[in-house]
Design a protein around this ligand. Sequence first.
Ligand code: Z5A
Length: 210
Amino acid sequence: MRAGRLITLEGGEGAGKSTLLQGLRAHLETYGIEPVLTREPGGTPLGEVVRTLVLDPAHADICAEAELLLMFAARAQLVRTCLQPQLKAGHWVICDRFTDASYAYQGAGRGQPFERIATLEHWATQDLQPDLTFLLDLPVEQGQARIVGRGPSDRIEREPLVFFAEVRAAYRARAAAFPERFCVLDASLPSEQVLAAASAEIDRRWRDWQ
Ligand code: Z5A
């Protein structure tokens, strides 16, 4: 059994994952835990190169299969060189997105079969599962309104509303399928309330995690 804990944050654009990540870091520090913070795609030198590549609008012609494999290439590197060693060493890790994102974006969004994604998950992550996944659930239009004015859209942000509606539905379906692992947060609430709800969930699980 591994000693550390893995918490992942999921949700659509502008849902507040980065904001919550910082708040959770501060909350965990009250328990004397200094979590490792990372993100997907990214978190390693290779992963950050993949991130730049897949989000660059200049690569508009990346096919769905290549996009899926690139996400898992970055993920395999993160798991092997960061997540597994950190968890084994007893550290807590908060990761901004993880495998659920591939089911939502490449599966529901791009139409890649879930069974194919499950096969990749088994191979590339050795089925590493988060101890807790916060889904920041927010209507697509609200999320997009929050990020207006942030600069040019990246390659994935350029997808139409219907794509992000599929992504949201897939996230909600995964949360329903794995209720022990997921905690769904109403991301339309003020960020202080979102953080309070997430912190309360960690407090609730704290004793079982000791
Ligand atoms: N992707 C994929 O396709 N497949 C995969 O397997 C993986 C990823 C792992 C990069 O993700 C892209 O990669 C993403 C999915 C794809 N594609 N898209 N599009 P990312 O997580 O780096 O990018 P993002 O989802 O676009 O992040 P974001 O837009 O920065 O959103 P966020 O981190 O969830 O939100 P935020 O930065 O915390 O907040 C956004 C703004 O809202 C900011 O001004 C905040 O001050 C404000 N905010 C935050 N919370 C609130 C509340 N509660 N109320 C009001 N305003 C708030």
